[in-house]
Design a protein around this ligand. Structure first.
Ligand SMILES: Cc1ncc(COP(=O)(O)O)c(C=O)c1O
Length: 375
């Protein structure tokens, strides 16, 4: 069993080779998941560089021994725990193979030929990919100068037709917020022919922002609202693929018709429940991320670099040169950073890694050639 610092010794039980590192289970885990000591430093996918909590590790290891079994009570256990914490009924929670599956279920429910997806630009692209595949029209609305969703413009675009509005709050890739009061006013005015997909994947990283409140702060009672969350970010279980949506019972029933049967593994469901029940995962992860973010700002400032202030586990930093060149430079130096997000073509999105990862990041940053030369 993995138990805190003793967990490194348990790695061979999983058939994994002992890894070089600083001797802690977290270091061993990072080395293994990065593909070995020479694997790239992964600052490209907004993952949790520290990995899941010790209780989730223990659940992962324990579940491996029952991997020959189909999940039985595991979905129910996890669903009940999530529902209880959010004060909703179990039938209002739809587990997904990552919140990506919940996004897909929502798109499949509300989009198709003749339907419209209204979304920000830039934002997380996955809903647009589904809309395209489903034959729906996509209307992009640029973010405001403060990098919030431009809700007036989005409302104007949704004045006619029917479909879905996608709101990512905090937004990926900018890490910025759209105030709750503005969102409520927006939903009140939105024609009844549109549903709203509120993606709160990065919810837990928001610190000290009174204008932000999750839409799960009270039971969801609007049939047009679907709120999604994930275990991939603060809980460090991106590879386990587990997320969920919360909606009214009627809406949840519609979404569930698009669900893939038995999509979640028994291993993922157990690990997620263990992480969910660990009272420390969220506060510890959020405080650590806030410290990492502050340190990122400090390093950026010391180099005269502008940043978009973020409420997430990633930051957009002004590179002052084509981001493709910056990405290529980092890749050549064994560091992966985020993809380009037009129209912010001279900003790089950097997921926050461990202090050691970030030391390497800044070392590589300092190797960038002067701005007027090709990278
Ligand atoms: C805004 C947003 N929503 C959803 C997802 C999908 O996450 P997952 O499927 O791992 O829950 C991501 C992944 O990075 C994301 O950035």
């Amino acid at each position: 069993m993995f138990t805190g610092l003793g967990a490194a010794a348990a790695l061979p039980a999983l058939g994994l080779p002992a890894a070089a590192g600083d001797g802690t289970w977290a270091a061993n885990w990072r080395t293994l998941q990065a593909g070995g000591p020479s694997g790239p430093i992964r600052l490209d996918a907004n993952e949790n560089a520290y990995g899941p909590c010790a209780q989730a590790f223990a659940a992962l290891e324990g579940s491996a021994q029952t991997a020959n079994r189909y999940p039985k009570h595991e979905y129910g256990d996890l669903t009940d725990a999530i529902a209880a914490r959010h004060g909703v009924k179990a039938e209002q929670v739809i587990l997904g193979c990552g919140s990506a599956e919940d996004l897909r279920m929502t798109a499949a429910t509300y989009l198709g030929p003749g339907k419209t997806l209204v979304m920000a630009s830039p934002t997380f692209e996955l809903p647009a990919q589904h809309a395209q595949r489903l034959g729906a029209q996509i209307v992009y609305v640029p973010l405001t100068r403060d990098y919030a969703h431009d809700l007036d413009a989005m409302l104007a675009k949704a004045a006619t037709g029917s479909g879905l509005v996608y709101i990512c709050n905090p937004n990926n890739p900018t890490g910025t917020l759209t105030p709750r009061a503005d969102l409520e006013a927006f939903i009140r005015k939105l024609p009844a022919t549109y549903a709203v997909l509120m993606d709160e994947a990065y919810h837990h990283f928001v610190v000290g922002a009174p204008a932000y409140t999750s839409f799960l702060d009270r039971p969801v009672d609007d049939p047009r609202l679907i709120v999604t969350r994930t275990f991939s970010k603060i809980y460090g279980l991106a590879g386990a693929r587990i997320g969920y949506a919360v909606a009214t019972p009627e809406t949840a029933k519609c979404l569930a018709t698009q669900k893939m049967d038995f999509a979640l593994s028994i291993v993922s469901a157990r690990a997620a429940l263990a992480a969910w029940n660990d009272a420390d995962s969220v506060p510890t992860g959020a405080a650590r991320n806030a410290r990492d973010r502050e340190e990122f700002y400090r390093q950026a400032k010391s180099r005269g670099l502008g940043v978009i202030e973020s409420q997430t586990n990633f930051v957009m930093v002004h590179s002052g040169r084509p981001v493709e060149d910056v990405i290529a430079h980092f890749k050549a130096n064994n560091v992966l950073i985020g993809r380009p997000f037009p129209p912010y073509t001279d900003y790089a999105r950097v997921s926050l890694g461990t202090p050691t990862d970030m030391e390497q990041f800044w070392r590589v940053w300092d190797l960038l050639p002067p701005k007027n030369l090709p990278a």
